[in-house]
Design a protein around this ligand. Structure first.
Ligand code: FES
Length: 103
């Protein structure tokens, strides 16, 4: 289990080994921006890694392809939360993350 801090909300998520950051947020009762429901195709879950880049898991092919298509280039500091796994503390920025009961 690793801790991921989500800014600007200040949410601290416990992410299990092999679990995506987005799945951990859903399990904790939070909504993460998406249109593809975590299929690595919409690009809306993209997040900016602020700290702990060395703790981010390898980028899978489907994430790389979507980042290339939606952002025009692959930048290691931009990761899809629906594919991002972590092995240690990470701080990232993602606007639009909110508790499920909020609008
Ligand atoms: S949720 Fe659509 S690309 Fe991650």
């Amino acid at each position: 289990m690793s801790l991921v801090t989500v800014l600007p909300l200040g949410l601290e998520l416990e992410v299990d080994d092999g679990q995506s950051v987005m799945a951990a947020a859903h399990a904790a009762g939070y909504v993460w921006p998406t249109e593809c429901e975590a299929n690595a195709s919409c690009g809306l879950c993209v997040s900016i890694i602020r700290e702990g880049m060395e703790n981010c898991g390898a980028m899978p092919d489907d994430e790389r392809e979507t980042l290339q298509r939606t952002m025009g280039a692959v930048d290691p500091s931009r990761r899809l939360a629906c594919r991002l796994t972590v092995t240690g503390p990470v701080t990232l920025t993602k606007r639009g993350v909110h508790a499920a009961e909020e609008v």
